[in-house]
Design a protein around this ligand. Structure first.
Ligand code: FAD
Length: 385
């Protein structure tokens, strides 16, 4: 922190973080914990209602996600999952965190989906996650794993190491953590590129999620829709995923009999309310898993768009000497946030100390990290990912 410390007497922040959803909040909080003077600018409120993070199911399921995600994401997710407990322990208020596994089930007519699921996992997940991490269950063993589903499914997989947390509690605890660490917070402050440039800070870290689209070619939104319900008659112990050719679904049980049921993946940045079709599909599929969902009360039907880059990887991008952008967390923001924010903070501090003074030094620095492919520097032509 040598270089930022020299500015301690000025009114300038060391770092301005723009976008206080998941990754911006976490980066601001971690930078402040490292002794930096930080200001955070967020267009929405302290609760984070404008963010994708507000709507997310917050499952931490690197192995289950290997059904569609590459090895890099799986490994990054596994390292992040291990890092969450220590990170949460530093927050000023408790956050619901569970590491009780994921259950994957399917209806007998969809058996082919389970074959596809396991073959993708074997390709995309490291052997270390697969060993003991994918347990085939049938009959009584399946009923024992999730008693409330007793007799409903003949076969399934338990992925015992996976986790989940409460997304809104994380956002709330981080908002409190920012205050506790002296971060200057500017809620309800929407900034465009010109205003970002004019901020009184030595470095700017753009974490606007999909809001950074004007500044990042190739960044796009993938719409997701979820239902939040209160279902005291169900009692699931862990997130359940239903493999289905047309209506794949997850149900993530949170505290106090609340469930997040999701989620569609629709190309586009339409933030309009959920369609009748999607709500029928989500709720019918949930009802097919457990009839107790028939008596559930719908608390919310929500939509948001996941900020996504063409290769579906997150990226930490150096843009000149004074700007860094962190984006592209797609459907894995919570699953990857501990590692991505740690790397982004290390990178920001390295820039501040002069260790990444130019693009070559930055690339050399990034090459020495565990995941160099997450880093990028300004492309000569624009900023394609
Ligand atoms: C339906 C759904 C389900 C999901 N489920 C999961 C899951 O189970 N597990 C998982 O790991 N991930 C999940 N995700 C993904 C996760 O929510 C995202 O990856 C994560 O929120 C991305 O974090 P972010 O901080 O980059 O973006 P966001 O969380 O969207 O935060 C960006 C912030 O920037 C602010 N902003 C934008 N423009 C401006 C501006 N001009 N000025 C100031 N502020 C601005 C926004 O208001 C917002 O608060 C899900 C997402 C969705 C939509």
């Amino acid at each position: 922190m040598d270089a930022p410390a020299a500015h301690r007497m000025s009114s300038e922040s060391d770092f301005a973080v723009i976008g206080g959803g998941l990754i911006g909040r976490l980066i601001a909080w971690r930078l402040a914990g490292a002794g930096a003077r930080v200001a955070l600018y967020e267009r929405g409120d302290a609760q984070g209602r404008e963010s994708a993070a507000w709507v997310a199911a917050a499952m931490l399921a690197p192995l289950a996600e290997a059904a569609s995600a590459e090895l890099l994401i799986t490994e990054l997710g596994a390292a992040s999952l291990d890092a969450w407990p220590a990170l949460l322990a530093q927050l000023p208020r408790p956050v619901f965190f569970q590491r009780n596994g994921t259950l994957v089930v399917w209806h007998p007519s969809d058996r082919a989906e389970s074959t596809m699921f396991t073959s993708r996992l074997r390709v995309n997940a490291p052997a270390s996650l697969l060993q003991g991490g994918l347990v085939a269950l049938s009959g009584a063993a399946l009923d024992e794993a999730e008693p409330v589903l007793g007799g409903r499914f003949q076969q399934g997989f338990l992925l015992p190491d996976e986790g989940q947390l409460d997304n809104r509690q994380v956002l709330e605890a981080l908002a409190e953590g920012l205050v506790a660490r002296g971060v200057e917070t500017h809620w309800h402050t929407e900034l465009d590129d010109a205003r970002i440039e004019a901020l009184p800070a030595r470095y700017r870290i753009d974490c606007r999620g999909l809001g950074a689209k004007p500044a990042w070619n190739g960044l796009r939104g993938i719409r997701g829709e979820v239902a939040r319900v209160h279902a005291p008659g169900v009692g699931l112990r862990r997130p359940v995923r239903l493999l289905h050719p047309r209506y794949p679904l997850y149900i993530a049980p949170k505290e106090h009999d609340r469930y997040v049921i999701g989620a569609t993946e629709i190309e586009g940045e339409d933030m309009s309310p959920i369609s009748v079709r999607s709500s029928l599909e989500l709720l019918s599929a949930a009802f097919s898993i457990h009839p107790g969902f028939g008596e559930a009360r719908i608390l919310e039907l929500s939509t948001q768009c996941r900020p996504t880059l063409p290769d579906h990887r997150p990226r930490i991008r150096r843009v000149g000497d004074r700007v860094m952008r962190v984006n592209g967390l797609y459907r894995h923001g919570f699953m990857l946030a501990p590692e991505v924010s740690r790397l982004a903070v290390d990178c920001a501090l390295a820039q501040a100390s002069g260790a990444c003074a130019d693009a070559d030094a930055f690339e050399y620095w990034a090459a020495g990290t565990r995941w160099p492919s997450l880093f990028a520097s300004d492309a000569p032509q624009g900023q394609t990912a």
